[in-house]
Design a protein around this ligand. Structure first.
Ligand SMILES: [Zn+2]
Length: 429
């Protein structure tokens, strides 16, 4: 996420306010202005129950298993460690999976854009799209960022929103998965998210705001920990993902950042100690990062078929995968033939099911072509330039592995990213 994501389609999350929850607060949501009051209320509420264990979870986007090992990340402080299988897809599906414990087929978030002519929120743009010319102007990064902000405001989206490289004329036929802020109570309704469950459990909780700079998120959590003000916390940071998209494999760039995270986590640990309450502290991630080794041109291959987008087939070409909806007889065979030279494979039905992607309504596509690790579609609907590093490949690939690193023994059953939620919401027996 971050600068890199504007081109990769993974979604950097910036700017915003905090979410600090108490059962006594309406919806458990606090605006930035309420923050100080809530911290005080929380501290007061937790008086007399300071023996209740605090469970703190720190999310570091793209701090994969390989990175944790390579940089010997906090091995002394967090000795209980495990490689974890990432959720197939990108952060836009990993985050809702972490926040609900459900798979994409249940929470409905897989990739940002999907074919949905009947429910596209952008249908009104059908009339504007033909005037969005020339193409070269709208494909400029800065223009698309301005346009993204405009669209986000116009439609009242509270989630992370980016147009990426989606051709404007296709937008009226597509739906976007992250229209709402997923972190707040009810943010993934009807599926319950972390804020919903922690509220139901009567816990004092804090979830960082994905819009805020991560240094601020760490500082806020540190202050709350020191006060003993929260029972549960989810601290969010995403800058490492963007840094790796641009600088994967560059120790001179990445090591200082990892060291900075280590220092931040040590400060959280010290604050937890200072509170006097028993605690566990866990750092986890959603995936690793795979260096670029080749690119493939999907739009050129599709153009050569003579098929028409929106009539014969619909597609969403992400950096590492292409999803298709078959609209006319014969289209599937032609597309499959056009993709035959690409290094990768079509996902089998068994894989759709095992990765939690299978839906009878085929919301996520009729077919999905996954590139081999290190290969990127370029150009794609996510952008025109390849990134030095990318994720979203086969979850079993070593570079894709996520990490669970903790002060406490790794609970049984933590094998996949979707398993985090059960641990975060488990109550002491
Ligand atoms: Zn990313």
């Amino acid at each position: 996420m971050g600068k890199g994501d504007e081109r990769s389609g993974i979604g950097t999350r910036k700017e915003g306010c905090y979410y600090t929850g108490l059962p006594s607060l309406v919806n458990g949501v606090a605006s930035a202005g309420q923050e100080g009051r809530i911290a005080r209320v929380n501290a007061k509420k937790t008086e007399g129950r300071n023996d209740r264990p605090v469970k703190a979870y720190v999310f570091v986007d793209a701090l994969g298993w390989k990175q944790a090992r390579r940089y010997v990340f906090l091995e002394d402080l967090l000795p209980h460690r495990r490689a974890v299988e990432m959720q197939f897809g990108y952060s836009c599906t990993a985050i809702p999976t972490i926040l609900t414990g459900k798979r994409p087929c249940e929470h409905g978030h897989f990739a940002f854009y999907e074919w949905a002519p009947d429910r596209s929120p952008f249908r009104a743009m059908r009339f504007a799209a033909p005037f969005l010319r020339p193409k070269s102007f709208w494909s400029r990064g800065r223009v698309r960022n301005v346009l993204s902000r405009l669209v986000k405001r116009t439609y009242g989206f509270t989630g992370y929103f980016q147009l990426y490289g989606i051709p404007p004329e296709r937008l009226p036929y597509l739906d976007y998965c992250e229209k709402n802020d997923m972190f707040v109570p009810g943010g993934l309704a009807p599926v319950k998210n972390l804020a919903d469950v922690w509220t139901e459990q009567g816990l004092a909780w804090h979830i960082s705001d994905w819009r805020r700079p991560e240094a601020e998120n760490f500082a806020r959590a540190e202050a709350l920990f020191r006060e003993g003000a929260v029972d549960r916390a989810f601290v969010y940071s995403a800058a490492f993902d963007a840094l790796q998209h641009d600088n994967v494999g560059r120790d001179d760039v990445l090591r200082p950042k990892v060291n900075a995270y280590a220092a931040s986590v040590r400060r959280l640990h010290a604050a937890l100690l200072e509170s006097g309450r028993p605690f566990s502290l866990t750092v986890f991630s959603d995936h690793g990062m795979t260096p670029l080794r080749a690119t493939e041109n999907a739009p050129a291959a599709l153009a050569a078929t003579g098929l028409q987008w929106g009539r014969d087939y619909a597609s969403a070409v992400d950096s590492t995968m292409a999803r298709f909806w078959w609209l006319a007889p014969g289209a599937e065979e032609k597309v499959r033939a056009a993709f035959a030279p690409f290094p990768g494979r079509w996902l089998s039905e068994e894989e759709w099911r095992s990765h939690g992607l299978w839906r009878e309504d085929r919301k996520f596509g009729d077919a999905l072509f996954l590139l081999d690790p290190g290969v990127q579609f370029c150009p794609s609907d996510m952008g025109v330039k390849p990134l030095n590093g990318m994720h979203g490949y086969d979850p079993s690939d070593e570079d894709s592995l996520a990490a669970w690193l903790s002060t406490d023994p790794v609970p049984d059953g933590v094998a996949r990213v979707c398993d985090y939620f059960a641990v975060m919401t488990a109550l002491p027996s």
